[in-house]
Design a protein around this ligand. Structure first.
Ligand code: ADE
Length: 226
């Protein structure tokens, strides 16, 4: 999968040169390219924002530099994403759906957002990462790209995806590793038993207990409720 990120702050994406995302790029499962929107500005001072028509506080990102930046990377099968607090709220099923695309283009907004006509022209999907407002679209883009990358074939081992939070609608069970006793706390006995059926039952019960406590909304009216 190819991902293009259009931003006024390309340096923000340095973390993608580390760890799993960087290995996925080396393996060829993912290609992430970051472009600076300012390079596309036709203004003599490379300005990329202007005051809003109709008045109001703050600045709006101008259409021209963003339009040209999108055009410079777009292909017939690219899909444009605009992270914004005004979008639908991101979750694992949106991540899985986006992971099926061939080419995603992310527009990182700043100030009061981007000119609406960009959203209309490119039929951009607006996605929010939660009900709060961040100072720009870089962190939301990183959240969405990191999360969907895990579902792109070849990025993770498929086993890590089967038993994770949300894959069965529940939060994940607790994990333990050596030593068996740490600060006086022992690993639950059943995990040392080698009995796979009992271990699976224990883990399911723990998942259910945690979900009921922390995220009861996930199981409301669900098959797990009793
Ligand atoms: N930009 C600013 N706040 C945001 C949010 N909550 N989600 C996505 N993009 C944003």
């Amino acid at each position: 999968m190819r991902i293009d990120i259009l931003t006024l702050f390309p340096e923000s994406f340095k973390p993608f040169q580390e760890s799993i995302i960087s290995r996925a790029q080396e393996k060829g499962a993912l290609s992430i390219n970051v472009s600076n929107i300012r390079d596309f500005s036709k203004d003599k001072h490379k300005k990329c924002d202007d005051t809003p028509f109709g008045g109001g506080a703050g600045m709006v990102m101008s259409a021209q530099p963003v339009f040209d930046a999108v055009k410079s990377v777009s292909s017939p099968n690219s899909k444009v994403i605009y992270p914004s607090p005004g979008g639908k709220v991101f979750n694992a099923s949106i991540a899985k759906r986006l992971a099926q695309e061939n080419h995603l283009i992310f527009i990182c907004g700043h100030y009061e957002g981007i000119d609406q006509r960009l959203i209309d022209i490119f039929n951009a999907e607006e996605i929010s990462i939660g009900d709060y407002v961040l100072t720009g679209g870089e962190i939301p883009t990183m959240v969405i790209v990191d999360s969907l990358s895990r579902f792109v074939p070849g990025v993770l081992s498929q086993d890590s995806l089967v038993e994770e939070s949300f894959s069965n609608g529940l939060l994940e069970y607790p994990q333990y590793t050596r030593p068996q006793v740490f600060e006086g706390l022992s690993v639950p006995e059943v995990l040392l038993s080698g009995n796979h059926k009992e271990i699976a039952e224990f883990r399911f019960k723990e998942s259910l207990k945690k979900t009921k406590l922390v995220r009861p909304d996930l199981i409301k009216g669900d098959k797990f409720e009793n």
